[in-house]
Design a protein around this ligand. Sequence first.
Ligand code: 5GP
Length: 227
Amino acid sequence: MTAGQPAEPPPARRGLMLVLSSPSGAGKSTLTRRLNEEEQSLGRAFHLSVSVTTRARRPSEIDHRDYHFITRPRFESMRERGELLEWAEVHGNFYGTPREPVEQALARGQDVLFDIDWQGTLQLYESMRADVVSVFVLPPSIAELKARLERRAEDAPDIIARRLANSAVELRHWAEYDYVIINRDVADAFDSLKAILNAERVRRQRQPGLEAFVAGLLAELGAERQT
Ligand code: 5GP
């Protein structure tokens, strides 16, 4: 950097991993979808991680958009070959995050959004804690959680009952997360989520080129003083 020339903007930072967890029906999928849509429409460097699952597809879901729906043997072979960044059994089905798309997105400086459960979150903490920003979404009440599960009306009553019963397991892990949002109103919850993402993007430790950038600014100031 020559004194007198404007400071170069800092190089692109490594992407962060925004992890969202909640009991089934707390509104996490709506938040995930909205954030992804907004980030894409703003042309931001953002990647939604699409998990593999052995669960049956719901009528409203699209293969490769909501999940990659795969068979149990395929899941096992991916897991054995180390192709999953994390994986878990949830409500009797297997879910996992394909490793390669995430690593590529992070290396390109894209932020990656994950909709995964507490077991997956703990696995990401083990391998990549500094990159993970975790958010737990709480329902405003159990009555509302139940109403949302029933309103979705895509699962059979026994599946809904099982998900509700499993909520206690997920709920008990809230304190392992960096941020907690109580989803009383989806617009407010969405604003909180965006605020978290925006603040985490400018965290000092995530901006590798700051030292050189500020050195450039100081060099410019030095040049100013000489003229
Ligand atoms: P659902 O069947 O309602 O789509 O998802 C059930 C649960 O599995 C949700 O809590 C969701 O966050 C979690 N889940 C979805 N994909 C993954 C994944 O790749 N890994 C882990 N650990 N959990 C996942």
